[in-house]
Design a protein around this ligand. Structure first.
Ligand SMILES: *Cc1c(COP(=O)(O)O)cnc(C)c1O
Length: 227
């Protein structure tokens, strides 16, 4: 079965990247990105032992998650509009894409209504690409204190999407800058942040070498997404 082989290959590549970086492989979590994939694919992945899944659209997740095994953990990795926050807080264990104070405050409000706390990551547009969501690094530092006032949010770290490149080595500086920014945020907050969500199918090994704790992998596991 290709999924089983793909998973073994990805795990092996994660392990080798950890070895190169002198890191414990247990410090890197594999988040299987199932956007565009049907519930059968999620079930097959769950049968192989995967428990952590990522979706980028609230609407798609809302339809799909109830058709998947109940024990799975779901993370929202795509842009979130404020009018979808209620559903997002209902569907997801974590949100990786907090990119404004306004969004954070809405998540805080909905989490409060649903009587829960929400682990979140702050998304950063490290390379300043016009077509990407995420905080500019300076803006994030300026808003960090206010974000930290949202009592129902648990800020666990930072997330980024590196620019697309056929040569992953070229985006190493992007991952390094996210790791540096995390250190600056930790200094400001006076508390450690455990997570860096960075690295996808094309660049996860470099991301791991630069400190990724969550790698978000779709096509390397499931092949090209159905259109
Ligand atoms: C689709 C997606 C991924 C996974 O991309 P692949 O290249 O298929 O591994 C990771 N992160 C985000 C935010 C995505 O939207």
């Amino acid at each position: 079965m290709p999924l089983a082989d793909n998973l073994a290959t990805v795990r092996e590549r994660i392990a080798r990247a950890c070895e190169r970086a002198g890191r414990d492989p247990a410090s890197v979590e594999l988040l299987a990105v199932t956007k565009g994939q049907p519930p059968e694919v999620v079930r097959a992945a769950a049968d192989l032992g995967l428990t952590l899944f990522g979706e980028n659209k609230v609407q798609e997740a809302r339809a799909k998650i109830p058709l998947c095994p109940g024990r799975l953990r779901w993370h929202l990795i795509g842009h979130l509009q404020t009018n979808k926050v209620r559903d997002a807080v209902h569907c997801f264990a974590w949100i990786h894409s907090v990119d404004s104070l306004r969004l954070a405050e809405e998540i805080d409000r909905q989490a409060n209504r649903q009587a829960r706390h929400l682990p979140v990551l702050l998304e950063v547009n490290v390379a300043g690409e016009a077509n990407k969501f995420g905080y500019a690094p300076d803006r994030l530092l300026a808003e960090l204190e206010a974000l930290n006032q949202c009592r129902r949010l648990e800020i666990h770290g930072l997330m980024t999407l590196a620019p697309w490149t056929p040569t992953p080595e070229r985006v190493r500086p992007v991952f390094r800058r996210l790791a540096d920014l995390k250190a600056r945020c930790e200094e400001r907050l006076g508390a450690p942040l455990a997570h860096l969500s960075m690295g996808m199918s094309g660049d996860f090994e470099v991301a791991i070498e630069e400190g990724a704790t969550l790698v978000r992998i779709g096509t390397a596991l499931f092949g090209e997404r159905p259109v």
